[in-house]
Each structure stands twice: as structure tokens, then as C-alpha cells.
Design a protein around this ligand. Structure first.
Ligand SMILES: NC(=O)c1ccc[n+]([C@@H]2O[C@H](COP(=O)([O-])OP(=O)(O)OC[C@H]3O[C@@H](n4cnc5c(N)ncnc54)[C@H](OP(=O)(O)O)[C@@H]3O)[C@@H](O)[C@H]2O)c1
Length: 335
């Protein structure tokens, strides 16, 4: 089979195609013929790293993949070859609260990932796909989609009458918009261009603020909410955007702290949280159960937004496209 190896850090040129034997499966594993993978900001950190998440040298990169089972280990029951599945970002976290040790199973960082024609994975981790969800759509979900899901699913319940703020138009934020709309929430979004703002409105954002034209965007968000603020912020900017996210928070609202896209060295004061009795919750993707719930929700309510699909041989170009930040939603590679 063919697979990509990330031979070293620092450049997309270090992604090279190699050929090797099909992966062996343990008795409790299945072998999946990968049909599509999607890229995340984290995959760029792995290439340009080293990052706090790794990777180990010479890794097979990328965490998010979907395909069909082609072989089952001798102890596997309840799932058979031919089943279409999506693989969780963190196969060691099946359900319930975060299991700290499971972080060592993160694909494409702690261990080899899915930018390969075939992979071996624990049978209990894979999530079967309904016919309504394509391989490309499913491959979009494990990291960005599940992160958006947990950001909105944990903490105080969200629904009609609640307002969610999403920042930018990357994979996590677009999923968060779609999930928040599926829950009946009002969505306010920020973005960098008017063209992206139009697309955000088409997806159901009631209001959009261009953060380049309006650097103090939290003031605009307070105006849009009659001074109350938002109940949940899907915070992908990190230290660079957190002061404004805190300023835009409604009483007892919650910030789901996810990313580090903006100015990670910014010094911030937590004092505004006392004014609102606000909460900051760190998010670390989610479990297999969260992925299964997201697959169900998407099958019923929305199609994940795929910006562009690249061929397997074009994987380096797909990484470069993600790095350009011209994308809207997810960048996918067909395998
Ligand atoms: N904690 C976790 O479990 C977890 C899981 C997944 C991702 N993450 C992190 O979450 C972040 C987003 O990941 P992703 O895969 O969705 O990224 P992505 O697809 O690469 O998103 C990039 C987009 O974010 C927007 N953006 C960039 N700089 C911004 C800024 N200063 N303020 C507001 N928006 C900005 C831009 O959209 P516009 O042009 O529309 O502004 C850009 O196109 C990354 O830092 C990633 O590492 C964390």
C-alpha cells in the first residue's frame, strides 16, 4: 500500500509518498481501506512544528479518516468487512469523561495517522456510517467536527433563545455554526472578508462581524445582543481573541477554549469573567461517543462544508491550501 511519511519538520516538502506492506491487525482490530481524509490546523503544526503535540519523527500524518473495513481480527464481533466507518481522532477515548492516558492514542501525532491507503484500528473505536453520510463528509468530522460538538454539548444546555458566537471560517467554526443551528440557537460569526461573511449568512449565521473592519468586535456583538452578550463562545483564537470573547460574554456564559490561531503570546487578564460569572472550559476534541452523536446529527440536519477535495497525489498541495487560509470549511484528500 501507499502512504505519506512526514520525514522531518519545517516544510511541506518533507511529506513524501512511500510504499509498504498492509498493516497487520491484532485480534481486537480491524483494517480499514481509507477512502478520504481531512486536514486540520493541527496537521500544519505537525509539518511546521515541532508542536506540543509531537509528532514522533517519521510519522504517517493526519488524524481524520473514513473508509470501509476490509479485514477483522480473530476476536472482533459485531462488525464485518464491507462496513463503512469513520475513525475517531483519539481511538483510546470511547465514552464518558476524558481519560487522560487516551491522549497517547491521538492519530497523526502521538501515533501514526491515516494518510495511507490502509490502517489498523481498534474495532471498538470505529463508528459505522449511515448511507446519508459520504466518506468525504465523514472524514471531515473526527477532529474539527467533534471539537465543535463537545464545545456546544458540554456545560449549560443550549437551544432556542441561546446565542453562540463562532470565530472565523475554519473547520471547527463552520461545524460549530451548523451544530448550533441544528440545536435552534442564534449564531453570530466573525470573519476576515465580506465574501466569507455572505457564505456564513447563507449557512444560517444571523449576524456577521468583519474583525478586520471592526477590531473591537466585542462591542458590536454587545450591540447586536442588546447589551446582553452571547451564551457560548467557540474560541479558536486563544490568547489573541480571548479578551474580546470575555467582553462579549452574557451573564454566566461559557467560553469553550479550543484554539491558538491568534497571537498566542498575548497577555490577558481574567478579571472580566468575574463581572459576568463566566466560565472558561478547555476542550480536547472528544470521545468516540461524541463522534457517533455528531454523525447522527449531521445525517439528520446538515452536510459538512467541504471547501475542496484533492487527490492522494496532491496531498502536499492540500496542506499548502490549508496554510493559505483561503479555505472555508474543510480541506479533504480522496484516497
Ligand atoms: N482543543 C482542541 O481539541 C482542538 C481541536 C481542533 C482544533 N483546535 C485548534 O482550533 C483552531 C482552529 O482549528 P481549525 O482546524 O478549525 O483551523 P482552520 O480550519 O485552519 O481555521 C483557520 C481559519 O480561522 C480563522 N482565523 C485565523 N486567524 C484568526 C484570528 N486571529 N481570529 C479569528 N479567526 C481567525 C480564519 O478564518 P476567517 O478568515 O474567516 O477569519 C482562518 O481561515 C486551531 O488553533 C487548532 O489548533 C483545537
Amino acid at each position: 500500500m501507499r502512504f505519506y511519511r512526514l520525514r522531518d519538520h519545517g516544510s511541506i516538502d518533507n511529506l513524501v509518498v512511500e510504499q509498504g506492506p498492509e498493516p497487520q491487525i491484532a485480534p481486537d482490530e480491524v483494517r480499514v481501506r481509507i477512502r478520504a481524509v481531512s486536514l486540520n490546523a493541527r496537521d500544519l503544526m505537525m509539518v511546521f512544528g515541532p508542536s506540543p503535540y509531537g509528532p514522533k519523527p517519521g510519522i504517517i500524518p493526519v488524524s481524520d479518516g473514513a473508509g470501509e473495513i476490509v479485514a477483522c481480527g480473530s476476536a472482533v464481533t459485531g462488525i464485518a468487512p464491507g462496513t463503512r466507518v469513520v475513525i475517531p481522532f483519539r481511538p483510546g477515548w470511547i465514552d464518558g469523561p476524558l481519560e487522560a492516558g487516551s491522549i497517547a492514542t491521538d492519530l497523526g501525532g502521538a501515533v501514526d495517522g491515516v494518510l495511507a491507503e490502509q490502517v489498523a484500528v481498534a474495532a471498538r473505536a470505529v463508528v459505522p456510517l449511515p448511507d446519508a453520510v459520504s466518506f468525504e463528509q465523514a472524514a471531515a468530522m473526527p477532529c474539527a467536527g467533534v471539537t465543535a460538538w463537545t464545545a456546544l454539548d458540554r456545560g449549560a444546555p443550549l437551544g432556542p433563545g441561546r446565542t453562540v458566537l463562532v470565530l472565523g471560517t475554519g473547520g471547527v467554526s463552520i461545524f460549530a455554526l451548523q451544530i448550533a443551528r441544528a440545536k435552534g440557537c442564534r449564531v453570530i460569526a466573525t470573519t476576515s472578508t465580506d465574501a466569507k461573511a455572505d457564505r456564513l449568512r447563507e449557512l444560517g449565521a444571523r449576524d456577521v462581524v468583519n474583525y478586520r473592519d471592526c477590531p473591537q468586535w466585542s462591542r458590536r456583538i454587545l450591540e447586536l445582543t442588546d447589551g446582553r452578550g452571547v451564551d457560548r463562545v467557540v474560541e479558536v483564537g486563544g490568547a489573541g481573541t480571548l479578551p474580546q470573547s470575555m467582553a462579549a460574554l452574557a451573564p454566566e456564559g461559557e467560553i469553550a477554549l479550543i484554539g491558538l490561531l491568534a497571537d498566542p503570546m498575548n497577555q490577558i487578564s481574567p478579571l472580566p469573567l468575574m463581572r459576568t460569572m463566566g466560565v472558561i472550559r478547555g476542550i480536547s476534541v472528544g470521545s468516540r461517543a461524541d463522534l457517533a452523536a455528531l454523525v447522527d446529527c449531521a445525517a439528520t440536519h446538515f452536510a459538512p462544508v467541504i471547501d475542496r477535495v484533492f487527490a492522494f497525489d496532491e496531498a502536499p498541495a492540500a496542506f499548502a491550501h490549508l496554510a493559505s487560509r483561503r479555505h472555508f470549511g474543510k480541506v479533504v484528500i480522496r484516497v
